[in-house]
Write a protein that binds this ligand. Structure first.
Ligand code: SF4
Ligand code: SF4
Length: 445
């Protein structure tokens, strides 16, 4: 694609980064076939190619975003399926991230929109605030039908209960993450050490995931230093550049200080949306003289938990689970980090039968805060995903991202758990909540 940026425009490092991405697009349209919003809506402007045109036009002419452009950009899930499909290697992720920041800088959203987005950005990255908000939301749930559609969609996503953590070490830099209690049965040999990102939303709605991850890592032989605080991913997808910069810089400094004190073998992340973001810090901070080098180190050390475990010897299973698992690969896992094989192989090695979900490349509609900001599209993607999962006949759903767990979970549906909960269970941990399997038998050691 030809571009016509002036020399002065190209002095802006963000435009300089966008230009070669735009030039790589050859308009072939292959990406449209795997774009969830194009598949659902059939509008070229809700396809990757259409959005690339809109972004190019807006940036080239240095135009403020219009309501129409914002609508199509907001409908993008940032699922990055288009990047997996694109034969030309168009780095759509950096383009849409830039476009979202441009929208925030140049477009004044309607009041209700501004209010909801500000509320999400004020609450979600901060566990203490999020806990309060969840409590209030549970009280408000009986009145959901009386509320505007977007607020009632937000209430529908609130988990009815929060599973308690069974073991999590004290995180560095996040006083609000609870329950520092060690499980003596999983003490490691202490020879090697990893950082475990505690995260924000997950510490509130799924603390059992960090507990299972920590037990697994110790069983494999690693000391675990839990590092608290939001990585900035949630607000990054809202186009909030400054808030993302603050949150990410804080996390980089905490990780770097701990790494300097005693080096980590890896920074382990068990929410694939956060992992994708940490792996992109080297790009986000590329022009920051104080943080560029530290961000590079963090990105280079970051591993998804399944990527990390696949490179190490897991303990032998202590049970024969006999369960069929529908593995739902989160978009940030399969498209953002290109991790496909490892979670499936780990589950199979632990004794589970892994069922493939039809249309596995399509997003479930979670996508950070997308399911709260675009509830109609998110609901259609959820229904489609659950119908495809039902076709597998599996007894449980496993995935590697807390957003998908929240999006696909339902009190009357199949249990949905994080992949590490199943691996932890198979190698000596507790049975994950909701999973009841009569065909499981205990193996003699
Ligand atoms: S990121 Fe996902 S929703 Fe957005 S254009 Fe690409 S495929 Fe479509
Ligand atoms: S597949 Fe790649 S090159 Fe083709 S239209 Fe989509 S983004 Fe452009």
């Amino acid at each position: 694609m030809q571009t016509r940026f002036t020399a002065e425009q190209l002095r802006d490092p963000d435009i300089a980064a966008a230009e070669p991405i735009l030039r790589k697009c050859v308009h072939c349209g292959f990406c449209t076939a795997t774009c969830p919003t194009y598949v659902l809506l059939g509008d070229e402007l809700d396809s990757p190619r259409g959005r690339i045109y809109l972004i190019k036009d807006m940036l080239e002419h240095a135009r403020p975003a219009t309501a129409s452009v914002v609508q199509h950009i907001d409908r993008c899930l940032s699922c990055l399926a288009c990047m997996t499909t694109c034969p030309s290697g168009v780095h759509y992720q950096h383009l849409i991230d830039h476009a979202r920041v441009h929208v925030e800088r140049t477009y004044r959203r309607p009041f209700a929109d501004r209010f909801v987005r500000s509320l999400l950005a004020w609450v979600l990255p901060y566990p203490a605030r999020f806990r309060w908000a969840l409590g209030l939301a549970r009280l408000a749930r009986p009145f959901a039908a009386l509320l505007p559609a977007r607020l009632s969609a937000m209430l529908a996503l609130v988990p009815r209960t929060t599973v308690g953590a069974t073991s999590i070490a004290t995180p560095v830099g996040a006083t609000s993450v609870a329950t520092p209690r060690r499980d003596a049965s999983v003490a490691s040999g202490g020879a090697r050490r990893v950082a475990l990102l505690a995260g924000c939303v997950q510490t509130v709605v799924g603390p059992q995931i960090n507990a299972a991850t920590e037990r697994l890592l110790r069983r494999v032989g690693f000391d675990v230093q839990t590092i608290g605080g939001c990585c900035g991913s949630i607000v990054h997808h809202l186009g909030r550049e400054a808030q993302n910069g603050d949150l990410a810089a804080g996390l980089i400094e905490r990780l770097h200080a701990e790494h300097a004190r005693q080096p980590f073998d890896a920074i382990v992340v068990n929410a694939s949306g956060c992992g994708t973001h940490l792996k992109d810090y080297n790009f986000i901070f590329r022009n920051d003289s104080a943080l560029a080098r530290k961000a590079e180190v963090v990105s280079a050390l970051t591993r998804d938990i399944t990527e990390f475990l696949a490179a190490h010897e897991l303990p032998k299973p202590t049970i024969a689970p006999g369960l069929s698992v529908a593995y739902h690969s989160a978009c940030s896992m399969q498209h953002g980090q290109k991790i496909d094989r490892e979670p499936r192989e780990l589950l199979a090695r632990a004794g589970f039968t892994v069922a493939e979900i039809p249309e596995g490349h399509l997003c479930c509609g979670s996508a950070g805060t997308f399911n709260m900001l675009q509830p109609e599209i998110a609901a259609r993607l959820r229904e489609r995903k659950l119908a495809n999962i039902a076709r597998t006949g599996a007894q449980v759903i496993a995935t590697g991202n807390i957003g998908c767990i929240t999006q696909l979970g339902a009190p009357d549906g199949l249990p949905i758990v994080h992949t590490v909960e199943l691996l932890d269970w198979a190698t000596g941990g507790p049975t994950p909540a909701g999973v009841r399997d009569s065909s499981t038998s205990r193996l003699s050691s």
